[in-house]
Design a protein around this ligand. Structure first.
Ligand SMILES: Nc1nc2c(c(=O)[nH]1)N[C@H]1C(S)=C(S)[C@@H](COP(=O)(O)O)O[C@H]1N2
Ligand SMILES: [Mo]
Length: 323
């Protein structure tokens, strides 16, 4: 079923592995008695097969939690989170954690360029130490209608942007993931518009919520979750939260994302969570809580309206900010 080669316009984010297929498979495995054990064994094989880099900033974890961002919901079990991922660079299904161990995360640089007074090529560990890290528990809502709660470690995006001193004309921040088809098997799918690109407005980037994430669950970020540095935008659908970033560019041109290039009608620039605006092919009214086996209602802006709703005031066509 997954083998047939599909073209871009046929394969919006989730169609490849509809959620119910995953959940049914998991229930079957659990019922058959091999759920957790099978996962652990294959994860070990994966780690053994790839060299683990030394992480020079590993001493920073776990970082102190910032209680301003506490979440009522239970934190998603680490094992659920590290074995169910979207990372198309390593495959178009959710079980890419083993394949993603091919990602080489040191040495790693993040280039900050474009419309800034101070462009810079940051060594990742210099950047992490300069910015300093804290833990924040955030909700994550995928456009495919599943969600999780993650204790991230990282620093506000606004810190990186401020250090670069944006020029007055800069309107957007554009992010780019690495490009290396030899390392990342998914990037050999040459009909897909690699590298993965995402973007936000400078106003969104200046907000307190966007987090550049370098760790999770009190440890450096696992490769499958987008090591060594990924974005998290908790009020937007998950595809906006780009992984394994190598470039951050201030620009006056609105970035066109990986998913927008593939299917603009379904994955727009804003992608703010809204239970009342359906995806063209499914409802966004509720979400499956990963690892908890239950559905809950989805909340506008994923519950972060107090922080971000003002950013979208005066946009007459509200629907357009949710697509
Ligand atoms: N570079 C890159 N970033 C990405 C993706 C991807 O395929 N490639 N998938 C996105 C989607 S759709 C989601 S839901 C989240 C998943 O993050 P997680 O695997 O850590 O849960 O990463 C986002 N960032
Ligand atoms: Mo997603």
């Amino acid at each position: 079923m997954l083998i047939r080669k599909r073209r871009g316009w046929e394969i919006p984010e989730s169609q490849v592995t509809p959620e119910h297929v995953f959940f049914n498979r998991r229930r079957f495995l659990q019922a058959a008695g091999f759920g957790a054990a099978g996962i652990a064994a294959s994860a070990m094989v994966g780690r053994g097969a790839h060299a683990d880099e030394t992480i020079p900033t590993a001493d920073l974890y776990p970082a102190a939690r910032n209680d301003r961002y506490m979440v009522e919901r239970a934190i998603t079990p680490e094992k659920v989170n590290t074995t169910y991922n979207n990372f198309y660079e390593f495959g178009s299904h959710k079980r890419i954690y083993d394949n993603a161990q091919d990602l080489v995360v040191r040495p790693w640089t993040v280039t900050v360029d474009g419309m800034v007074a101070k462009p810079k090529v940051w060594d990742i560990d210099d950047l992490i130490r300069t910015a300093g890290v804290e833990e924040r528990v955030y909700r994550h809502r995928c456009v495919e209608a599943w969600s999780m709660v993650v204790p991230w470690t990282g620093f506000p995006l606004s810190k990186l942007v401020e250090m670069a001193e944006p020029q007055a004309g800069a309107k957007y921040v554009r992010f780019e993931t690495f490009l290396d088809p030899d390392m990342a098997s998914g990037q050999r799918q040459d009909w897909q518009p690699w590298p993965y690109v995402e973007g936000v407005t400078v106003e969104e980037a200046a907000n307190e919520l966007p987090l550049l994430v370098t760790g999770a669950y009190g440890k450096p970020l696992p490769k499958q979750m987008g090591a060594p540095i990924r974005l998290h935008l908790p009020w937007k659908y998950g595809f906006k939260s780009i992984k394994s970033i190598v470039k951050v560019t201030l620009t006056d041109q609105r970035p066109v994302s990986f998913w927008e290039t593939l299917q603009a009608r379904e994955y727009g620039f804003w992608a703010n969570v809204n239970p009342e605006v359906d995806h063209p092919r499914w409802s966004q009214a509720s979400e499956e809580v990963l690892g908890a086996d239950r559905r809950i209602p989805t909340v506008i802006y994923n519950g972060y309206g107090d922080y971000v709703a003002h950013l979208y005031k005066g946009m007459e066509d509200q629907r357009s900010t949710f697509m």
